[in-house]
Each structure stands twice: as C-alpha cells, then as structure tokens.
Design a protein around this ligand. Structure first.
Ligand SMILES: [Zn+2]
Length: 509
C-alpha cells in the first residue's frame, strides 16, 4: 500500500478572458473546467480572493431553467459594469457561475449529458461539473453561496383545485440539521424579511420555498445533503440561499419571462445588500467544531406548531387566494445523531470512498502516529434507528495501520460525520462505498478516533493561514475528557437555521 490514495485534486489552469478593469477592481472570466461534451464551465469573478466579503452565485444546474442563468448573468454584468449597486466597494467580491450545466442547457434538459441531475450530486461528486464547482468554491472561499433555479408554478394536483403557485421568487435556506454556519436564527429570519421587503418594493411577490405534494402534504423543500443548498453549506460551513424563480412555462409570454428574470436579478441584488449589512457575521466563517458536539446524521419532517397559509393564484381569474395548509410538515425532526469524534479512520483499501473525500478536498493522513489509538467502532445501523446512537462499545485501543485518518478539525470537518457514519442517511455507506458490514474479527470500514494523542492536521479553517491555530482550538489539549454517560448528553435542539424539535427518544436533559 505504497501508492497514495489521498492526493490533492488537480486544478485546471484558469484562462483569463478579459483584461482587468483597473487596479482596484479585478474583473475576469475563468474557464474552470469542461463538461462531458467539452463545453467550458466559466466563472465570472469581480474582486479576487483578497476581497473581504465574497459572494458566489450558481446558475443553470438544471439545463431547462434558463431564466435563473440569465438572472445570474445580468446580476454579475450589472455589477461588473458598475451600473448596479454603485455603492459597491472593492472589498466585496462577487463570483458567478452562470451555467454549470451547459450541455443540459444546449439540449434544454434538466440533466447533464451523462443523464445525471447535478443538484443531486453534491455528495459523491460523480460529474465533472460538480467536481469543477467544488474545486472553485474551495479556491475562492465564498462566505455566502446563492443557488439559482426555476420552479414549475403549474402542478397538476393544484390545477385540479383551480390554483397555481404564485410567488415570482421562492427563497430557501439549508434545511439539514447537521449544517452549522456563522448565522443564527435571527440573521436567517432577517434575510427572509429583507428579501421579501426588497422584492415587494420592486413589485414582485416572494415566498418561502415550499414543495406541495400530490398527497396534500407540503414542506420546505428537501433535506437532501446531496443538493447544493444543503451539500455546500454542510461541506464548507457557509450559508447558502436557494432562489427559485417562477418558471414562465410553455404558455408564458415574453413579458412573463422577463418578469421572472428581473425578479431573480432583484433577489440576487437583495441578497448581496443583506450580505453587505451582515458582513461582520459572514466573514467570521464556519464555527470550529466543539469537542463531542452532536451531529445529526438522519432527519425528517414533522408537523409544525401552527398551520401556515400559502398564497395561490386562481387559474380562472388570476386573483390571489390565501389557503391554510394543515398538512404542512414544517418542523425538522432529528432522527439520529452522533457525537463528533476527533477524527474518522477509514480503511485504506476502500479506494472509492477515499476518492470521494479527496474530490471534496478533505485531507487524510496515511501515517497515523504510533500503533495505538483510542477508537470507537460505530454501531452499524440504519436510518430506522432513532435518537442518539449509543457509543455502545467503550473506546478501545486500536492499531490504525492500514487506515487513513481524517481529522474533523479541518475545513468543514463536521461533514465527515454525515459522510462516514455507517448510520448516516446520506453517508457513503448508503452507496456501498464503505464496503460490506464486517464480520467479527474483520477490520471495520470506519472507526471513530476519540483519543490517543492524535495530532491536529495542518488545514486551517478559512481566515487562518496554514500553521495558525485559534486559541483553544480542538486538539490542543492533552487527553480528551471521558465520554459522558448517555443521560448527560446534550439534547439536539440547537441550530443556526431552523428551530428543531427534540429527536424522538432523546434522553431527558
Ligand atoms: Zn432547478
């Protein structure tokens, strides 16, 4: 096992496509990579890595949603030309990837040329487009990412009741409870409020992103960590915003299409303005993982405390009607959580799993120091397990030879729990990338490293240079304290993006 399994991803060389506009404002277009059919994926960048606050917008993950792409182009173009946000200063950088799926755009399909939905590929990174995007995000290190789409307003089961979905723009934020960013609930509420106000002032209607299912249930989108808003937020610990513009549809007029594009452009400008107002919070970057903090690896939706009302448009008259929706599932229920260890060790022969982690930029250490580490063998379970997964087996000494160790104390290291825990609903085990369930005596695919003096690896969170550590950062102390008994563990209710319910079967605090 001499060949390195873990290596740095190879970046494609940027190709400057336009001259810088001036010394203070760096404007460039880069070809980040190529699609399966050889089309270029471009980033348009205004202000470089040195900009204090950096915002990135992604358009066109779905090739049949051209209006969102156009809105991203206009937003960036207006800012680059200086015709928008004239108060813009040099210390705010914006980057646009207007068309992540140009192959799909060329044939007007949701999926890419390989037949894959890119917005379901932010975990395995099986497509060149998503790998290219994530490589760019790690290089540019935005503080906020906006993912721009178009939603179908006319759904058959709603049309049957004489309604179509109304808002010009639906807005969403991450919904998976494992996501931790610098934002708290008040800042996220302010974001929704600021966007709503700004859009209303410009004559557009907005609402929170909601899926209305044929079953009659509705919910704030999905919790898939494989989509961009959850996957990027989880992997990098940065806030994300989903903007879904109303798809003007086949029967839409030129004026309908223009309305969708301008509404989304306005929403992008409003997000940018909100970010400027909250820059001190955003530039703080992702929170450092706390020792033994709980990380949700499975979650679902439950009924909220109240019945929300949604505004629909009557197809007959175009009038608006406000409808109470008692079957709204608006509350996030954490189904199972784990306490974050210091590191995860993954058996070195699981090549495909290491490739996914390398594509995500995670750094692994093949040369674990010393033969003995203190580890736990995660209980192998399924998402049907509920509550905090017990650390059933007491930490034991373990020989890490033949394992690659991934510290959670690297950028976005909390995500490793969701990626690697065998019981994670979206973990690599679900795709069989962690191999078979080991028989007794076999070396397990993944173990949690909880002690044994394992050192902090050299990858700092954003804002810190290599070698720099925050005072009190994890791993600086000597021996970790013993694991608390089950009854002493914290309830899993805190979050930054939504208010979560207690997990079913959680221990009493
Ligand atoms: Zn879409």
């Amino acid at each position: 096992m001499n060949a390195p399994l873990v290596h740095a991803p190879q970046p494609t060389r940027p190709e400057p496509a336009s001259a810088p506009a001036g010394p203070a404002r760096e404007v460039r277009r880069e070809v980040l990579g190529r699609t399966p059919e050889g089309r270029s994926i471009e980033a348009w960048v205004l202000g470089g890595r040195s900009a204090e606050l950096r915002i990135a917008a992604i358009g066109g993950q779905h090739g049949d949603e051209p209006w969102g792409s156009e809105a991203v182009r206009r937003w960036w173009g207006g800012r680059a030309a200086g015709t928008r946000a004239p108060e813009a200063d040099a210390d705010v950088g914006i980057a646009a990837i207007p068309s992540l799926n140009p192959d799909g755009a060329a044939r007007h399909t949701r999926r890419n040329a390989l037949g894959n939905d890119l917005n379901r590929d932010h975990l395995l990174l099986e497509n060149p487009e998503t790998r290219t995007l994530h490589r760019f995000l790690r290089a540019y290190r935005p503080h906020l990412v906006v993912d721009v789409h178009n939603y179908p307003a006319r759904r058959r089961h709603l049309l049957a009741r004489g309604w179509e979905i109304d808002p010009d723009v639906q807005v969403g934020t991450p919904t998976h409870p494992a996501v931790r960013t610098s934002l708290g609930v008040p800042e996220v509420e302010e974001l929704y409020s600021a966007l709503g106000t700004s859009l209303a002032r410009a004559g557009y209607r907005s609402g929170r992103y909601t899926l209305f299912r044929p079953s009659g249930r509705s919910r704030p989108g999905t919790q898939h960590v494989v989509d961009a808003r959850n996957g990027i937020a989880l992997r990098y610990g940065i806030p994300t915003v989903l903007l879904e513009g109303r798809d003007p549809g086949r029967g839409g007029t030129e004026s309908d299409r223009e309305r969708t594009v301008t509404a989304q452009q306005r929403a992008l400008e409003a997000v940018e303005a909100w970010a400027r107002d909250h820059r001190s919070v955003l530039v703080r970057g992702p929170p450092i993982p706390r020792r033994e903090e709980p990380v949700a690896v499975d979650a679902g939706w439950g009924p909220g405390a109240s019945t929300p009302e949604f505004v629909f448009r009557r197809t007959s008259s175009g009038d608006r009607v406000s409808v109470p929706w008692p079957a709204h599932r608006g509350e996030v229920l954490v189904r199972s959580s784990v306490l974050l260890p210091r590191a995860y060790a993954v058996r070195a022969d699981l090549v495909a799993a290491h490739r996914v982690l390398a594509d995500h930029g995670f750094e692994g250490d093949r040369d674990a120091p010393g033969p003995r580490a203190l580890v736990e063998v995660p209980r192998t379970g399924t998402s049907r397990d509920r509550g905090l997964l017990p650390h059933a087996i007491p930490p034991e000494e373990f020989d890490l030879d033949g394992y690659v160790v991934y510290s959670v104390h690297q950028w976005g290291g909390r995500a490793l729990a969701v990626w690697l825990e065998p019981s994670s609903r979206y973990g690599l085990a679900r795709w069989d990338l962690l191999g078979e369930t080991p028989a007794p005596g076999h070396r397990p695919a993944v173990v949690r490293v909880v002690g044994g003096g394992y050192p902090v690896p050299p990858v700092p969170p954003p804002g810190l240079e290599p070698g720099q550590r925050r005072p009190g950062a994890w791993g600086e102390g000597a021996t970790p304290p013993p694991f608390p008994g089950r009854a002493e563990r914290p309830p899993i209710v805190e979050t930054n993006l939504l208010r979560f319910a207690e997990p079913a079967g959680a221990p009493a605090p």
